[in-house]
Design a protein around this ligand. Structure first.
Ligand SMILES: N[C@@H](CCC(=O)N[C@@H](CS)C(=O)NCC(=O)O)C(=O)O
Length: 218
């Protein structure tokens, strides 16, 4: 027998998540929901059939991309915004701290990830793993070289931040950790040089040991 989620017990429908399990942007949202203990009704979109470009889906997300969360009449896109929305449903979790400075610090790392870190990880995953998987041709070595240089630049920033720390912000797990770690979803398979940054490697080991991480693998 499947257990009804707390929202269902209150007569509220579960929030819906349009997703594709191969996406690191989806991973960070599913990981957040798992850590928070929030049940999402998952709607898988088959990219090979173009389901993410259907008129019905484009009405929810004109970018034609996953993840997209639907809560009643409200459709929300952008993985890191969705994470904040989910965490705000359970403020007691501390994933999005109440303290203004700590909360801004979490948001800072989410923006840092979106602007600087995840694009390098995404390029390495695409060129080395996903391109082949999708039959899209040979890896582009120039793009790989550039992404590796940038990964090392920003990896050093992350490593310095984590020196003597268990987590990115304060002394506890927050959305900052779940955001940045999810960008490293394909680090092993794509041979991303995480091992060059010992503080990052140790921290990533802590995040990937979470039950929520194990439950949300592709
Ligand atoms: N900034 C967005 C990026 C979303 C995104 O690009 N998702 C990819 C999967 S990782 C996608 O659906 N791509 C399909 C497309 O753009 O056509 C987020 O963080 O949610």
């Amino acid at each position: 027998m499947t257990r009804a989620s707390p929202r269902r017990l209150l007569g509220l429908p579960n929030m819906k998540l349009y997703h594709n399990p191969l996406s690191p942007n989806v991973r960070r949202v599913r990981l957040t929901a798992a850590v928070l203990g929030i049940t999402l009704e998952e709607k898988l979109l088959d990219f090979s059939k173009g389901e993410h470009k259907s008129p019905e889906f484009l009405a929810l997300n004109p970018n034609g991309a996953v993840p997209t969360l639907v809560d009643g009449e409200f459709a929300l896109t952008e993985s890191r915004a969705i994470m904040q929305y989910l965490a705000s449903k359970k403020p007691e979790s501390g994933l999005l701290p109440k303290d203004e400075m700590a909360r801004a610090d979490v948001t800072r790392w989410q923006f840092w990830d979106a602007s600087h870190f995840s694009p390098q990880c995404a390029t390495l995953a695409f060129e080395r793993i996903l391109k082949k998987m999708m039959g899209l041709g040979e890896p582009n070595e120039a793009k790989i070289t550039e992404a590796l240089a940038n990964f090392r630049r920003f990896g050093a920033v992350l490593d310095a931040r984590l020196k003597g720390k268990q987590y990115l912000v304060g002394n506890a797990l927050t959305l900052a950790d779940l955001t940045v770690a999810s960008s490293l979803m394909y680090a092993k398979q794509a041979d991303v040089p995480v091992a060059e940054f010992p503080n990052v490697e140790a921290w990533l080991g802590r995040i990937t040991a979470l039950d929520g991480w194990k439950q949300t693998g592709a």
